[in-house]
Ligand binder design. Structure first.
Ligand code: LLP
Length: 451
């Protein structure tokens, strides 16, 4: 949903043999140096995405802050950049909380989400004195109360309401309907707020609502905003409970198609206008005037909109083959590095790192994993590809590495951060012998094989 930059971080060079670049670095250089699979991030794009969010909100003149959803990408170096740029952090586990604190996010800009916080996690967050827990059930509220009492502190709580709104995204990433496990429905939420307001170890600071992810129409956001505002006002009038903030969650959709353009790339089937995604200004213009009616400070928790388009996942073609029905391009990268196509039938643009003239072909781009669902793209018109060519899967920054796995005992890939003409490794590739759990003795025995 971020508004388009003057110059996209990922684009082709103007040469006779166009090369895909990240900022000023040819991606083929990185694929050669660090091997594939490889996640490559643009520092400039990350910062511009955050600032685009901030600037759009500032332009509205409204007090707000952006709390980056760490689950989208929790690489500590990326967290450091966002902390330094003034972002808040939205965490969902002890691991994410520790990473956020270590990266330098100010505790008073950290919120803790999630339906199943453990006692240990609650205790940790209380000791760290975070801004607020986004509480998902009445029982969780009682547990937070008991732990806070035991520690002799006050827990700041914000209650997540479920507005029963269909986000019209993939069902697995829709969270705001009654059938979903998230939040407390509007009928029971009042009881939770009243409970919290009556317990001295709890301080009710806000209300939270998050209806889903990759939302590409404004309507569900508007519906959720209206019902939350109505609830906040009635809470004040009928129960005398006054809040400090309204956290409207994340979920802003982004463009996954036509991210990188070049005349040698086949046209996307949906065409230039095929994918409607509201711009950030349209989103803010639609929801902020509604949320503003509460007079509360507004928090947004974007994940994807900050990090997705700042990363390309590089892969190498291992083999090609065809039968009477299909052509397959088999790469060294698959659902273990990017599960989104398999899990949500998500579309990611795939672009060769080097473009050559030649007729295009309709292919399935698949990985090496032993599952039929292991594909990066299906029935995709692509420029010619052969063994040894490298490709980029675009917009892989959100829910790419964080959802990666060691299935088939595959080591998780390395991550590289590009900054102008410079680049550096921000996470090493896992080692096969570690992933396989070898003892030190076994590692020594296998050393000649894996070195
Ligand atoms: N706030 C809460 C409470 C969330 O649960 C999430 C994401 C966010 C904020 C950030 O949402 P975003 O702005 O990134 O849409 N793995 C899926 C997405 C799962 C989203 C989980 N919650 C995917 O790859 O599409």
């Amino acid at each position: 949903m971020t508004d388009v930059l003057d110059q996209q971080a990922f684009r082709y060079s103007n040469d006779a043999e166009p090369q895909l670049l990240c900022e000023d670095v040819p991606l083929s250089e990185l694929a050669r140096e660090f091997s594939t699979p490889l996640y490559v991030y643009s520092k400039r794009q990350i910062i511009e995405n955050l600032h685009a969010f901030d600037a759009t909100l500032k332009a509205s003149g409204k007090e707000h802050y952006v709390s980056y959803a760490v689950k989208a990408n929790s690489n500590i170096e990326i967290l450091r950049i966002l902390a330094e740029e003034g972002s808040g952090a939205d965490v969902v586990s002890a691991g994410e909380l520790l990473a956020a604190l270590a990266a330098g996010f100010s505790p008073d800009k950290i919120t803790f989400d999630g339906t199943g916080k453990t006692d240990r996690e609650i205790e940790l967050a209380l000791k760290a004195n975070i801004h607020a827990f986004n509480v998902e059930s009445l029982e969780e509220l009682t547990v937070i109360n008991n732990i806070a009492e035991r520690l002799g502190v006050r827990a700041k709580v914000s209650i997540r309401v479920n507005p029963d709104v269909d986000a019209k995204s993939h069902p697995y990433i829709s969270t705001g309907m009654k059938e979903n496990k998230f939040g407390i429905d509007m009928e029971n939420a009042r009881e939770a707020f009243i409970y919290a307001s009556k317990h001295p170890a709890l301080e009710v600071v806000g209300i939270h609502v998050h209806i889903g992810s990759q939302i590409t129409s404004l309507d569900p956001f508007i519906k959720a905003a209206r019902s939350t505002v109505k609830f906040v006002n009635s809470l004040r009038v009928k129960s005398g409970i006054v809040l400090e903030h309204l956290n409207f969650g994340g979920g802003q959709g982004i463009h996954y198609r036509n991210v990188v353009k070049h005349p040698l790339l086949p046209k996307d089937e949906l065409g230039e206008e095929g994918e409607y995604v509201p711009s950030l200004s349209e989103f803010v213009g639609a929801v902020l005037p509604i949320l503003d009616q509460t007079g509360l400070k507004i928090i947004f928790e974007p994940g994807r909109a900050i990090i997705a388009n700042a990363c390309a996942l590089l892969a190498s073609v291992l083999y090609t083959k065809s039968n009477s029905l299909k052509k397959f391009v088999i790469t060294d990268t698959g659902m273990t590095e990017l599960i989104r196509p398999c899990l949500y039938e998500a579309y990611h643009q795939v672009a060769p790192l080097e473009l050559h003239q030649g007729s295009t072909q309709r292919v399935d781009i698949v990985g090496p994993i032993c599952e039929t669902s292991d594909f990066l793209a299906q029935s995709r018109e692509m420029p010619p590809l052969k063994r040894g060519d490298a490709i980029a899967v675009l917009c892989a920054g959100a829910y790419g590495y964080t959802l990666a796995s060691n299935y088939n005992l595959r080591p998780r890939a390395a991550e590289v951060l590009v900054d102008g003409t410079e680049y550096r490794l921000i996470r090493e590739r896992e080692k096969v012998e570690d992933v396989a759990g070898l003892s030190e003795k076994e590692k020594a025995l296998m050393a000649s094989l894996v070195s």
